[in-house]
Structure formats: structure tokens, C-alpha cells
Design a protein around this ligand. Structure first.
Ligand code: ZN
Length: 308
């Protein structure tokens, strides 16, 4: 008998492999990912890449302490010009892609591929953490080097000499076509957070290497299966090395656009640009790139903005 509703979905599950001073995140998303992708009519290849960006953003954001918005963004000269995924501290997630349909069709036909060089081309991947006005913006940036987005992030970790990390990403569609995604991230604990290790340095390194191999052994099916408890998967993979799971964080698809925000943006535009947005009847319609919601301002509203 199916008991789908009893199984947790749309979540980030933190864990530690304590004996070897490793920490990790398991990301498991279904309905929220499907909602974000379904708001747009993206070709399969774009849906896959944006889904990967979203699960990676969820994994990375959950390892940072911040109060605001974490954004993962790619820009490149390939068919997919832009990917944006952002995650608030409260777990609200949104994302969108910009792409050239003709260039994309040349490469993919109708199928999907996850090749970064072919789909994104040459460019960069950036993370930012925005904690509001008058706070410092943390930013990390790396060239798009790697066959997949996960590899590009590996490359970032290596280059920035941050904590060593292993990442595995899976994106799949269920029988009814709904998007699902999963991600497993394992990191060495930063020096400051380590407790004293009683074994040898070699034993510690062996534990790390073993964790990477076990992480790699998780199948895409396991990472995205809505019937498999995240905790059960972690125990299946790491039980011999002593895995400990913590409280899960739930995440949801939620945009932050509103009529007030769009109004503010319109007010900030120079007169000429605002005029260019207008229809023949003097109204202005602005569509949110993230969630596709449309906001229409009638001629009188626009006049009020112009004089305001
Ligand atoms: Zn929106």
C-alpha cells in the first residue's frame, strides 16, 4: 500500500559522519521543483540544467550561516545564457533560465543533455549571499570549467581552497512527468569545528575517501525516490562509519515578487525606458522572470508612477 504522504519530501537533511569529522547534506525535492519548472515551458535540457542549479543551490546554501538570500547564477555564451536559483534563509526557493531556442534545438534535438560546455558554453558560475542593505555581499565566482554543474562547483572548491567537498546530483522525472531532484554533499569539517581525532592522519584520510566512494555509489534512483526515507538512504550508505542525522529543513517554491516591488522598479527606471515598456493604450505589463506572474499597470497607474 502506498503511504506517500507519510514520507518527507522537499527537504534538506543535514548529517555528520562524526568519527571522521565529515558533514553532509542530502537534498530531496519533488513538488517544489516541479512547481518552479512547470511555471515555464522549458525544453527538457533547460529543465534539467535549472533543476540541477536549484538542488545545488539548496545544498550549498544550507551549509552557510546567513540571514537573507543565497543566489547561484551562471552566465555563458552557449544556448542557455543564464541560470538563476535563489534560496532564502526561510527556505523559499525560486529560479529561472534564459536561453536561445534555435541554438538549443541545434544541439539537443528534443532530448536533454547536461553538458556544461555544450549548453552553457564559456562563462562563469557565481554565488552571492545578500543579507540586505548595509551588509557585505559575500561572493564566490569561478569559470565554467567542468562537464556538469556539480563539476564546476568542485572546481570552485578546489580553486578557492575552501573546505574539500564531494557532490553528487540527480534530476529525474517521475512516470507522470513531474520533476524530481536530489543531491548529496559531503565536506570535511572546517578546522575550527573539528574535535580531536584519536586515530592517525591516514585513518582520517581513509574515512574521507571512503565517504566519497560511498557518496558516489548512491544511484540517481536513490537520490530522487520519493518512497525512500532520506534517513534510510543515509544509513544505507554510511552506517558502517557512524552517520548521525539532524533535523530536516523543509523548502518550498515561493517567489518574492509583488505589485509593490514591480512598482518600485518602474519608478526607478528613467522615463524613456519606462515609456518603451508601454503598450499602445498606455498600460504597462511586467512579467516576473522567476514565476511568470504578470502585473498590469493601467494608463492612470503609469501616470501616477511618472509623477510620483
Ligand atoms: Zn515572481
Amino acid at each position: 500500500m502506498s503511504t506517500m504522504s507519510s514520507i518527507a519530501d522537499d527537504l534538506v537533511q543535514p548529517f555528520e559522519i562524526e568519527p571522521f569529522q565529515l558533514r553532509g547534506r542530502l537534498v530531496r525535492v519533488g513538488p517544489m521543483l516541479d512547481r518552479i519548472i512547470a511555471q515555464h515551458d522549458y525544453p527538457t535540457a533547460v529543465g534539467i540544467m535549472l533543476s540541477e542549479a536549484i538542488v545545488l543551490a539548496l545544498a550549498l546554501a544550507s551549509t552557510l550561516k546567513y540571514d537573507g538570500v543565497f543566489t547561484l547564477q551562471t552566465k555563458g555564451d552557449g544556448p542557455i545564457r543564464l541560470l538563476v536559483a535563489d534560496v532564502t534563509t526561510a527556505g523559499a526557493v525560486r529560479g529561472y533560465a534564459q536561453y536561445d531556442a534555435a541554438k538549443l534545438a541545434e544541439i539537443t534535438g528534443t532530448g536533454g543533455t547536461t553538458s556544461v560546455p555544450r549548453l552553457l558554453g564559456a562563462g562563469y558560475l557565481a554565488f552571492t549571499v545578500d543579507q540586505g542593505e548595509d551588509t557585505e555581499r559575500y561572493q564566490g565566482i569561478v569559470a565554467l570549467e567542468g562537464a556538469t554543474l556539480a563539476e564546476c562547483i568542485h572546481h570552485y572548491f578546489r580553486q578557492s581552497e575552501q573546505i574539500a567537498a564531494g557532490i553528487k546530483v540527480a534530476v529525474d522525472r517521475s512516470a507522470d512527468g513531474a520533476w524530481r531532484g536530489g543531491c548529496l554533499l559531503v565536506q570535511k569539517l572546517p578546522d575550527g569545528e573539528r574535535s580531536e581525532f584519536l586515530g592517525t592522519r591516514e585513518e582520517l584520510e581513509d574515512g574521507w575517501r571512503r565517504a566519497l566512494i560511498l557518496m558516489g555509489s548512491a544511484t540517481s534512483q536513490e537520490l530522487t525516490d520519493p518512497e525512500l526515507e532520506p534517513e534510510d538512504l543515509l544509513f544505507r550508505l554510511f552506517h558502517e562509519d557512524g552517520v548521525r542525522v539532524f533535523r530536516t529543513h523543509s523548502v518550498r517554491a515561493e517567489c518574492r515578487c509583488s505589485r509593490e516591488r514591480i512598482d518600485r522598479v518602474l519608478r526607478s527606471l528613467p522615463y524613456d525606458e519606462r515609456k518603451d515598456l508601454g503598450e499602445d493604450d498606455g498600460s504597462v505589463t511586467v512579467t516576473c522572470q522567476f514565476c511568470n506572474a504578470s502585473y498590469r499597470f493601467e494608463r492612470d497607474d503609469v501616470a501616477a508612477i511618472a509623477s510620483g
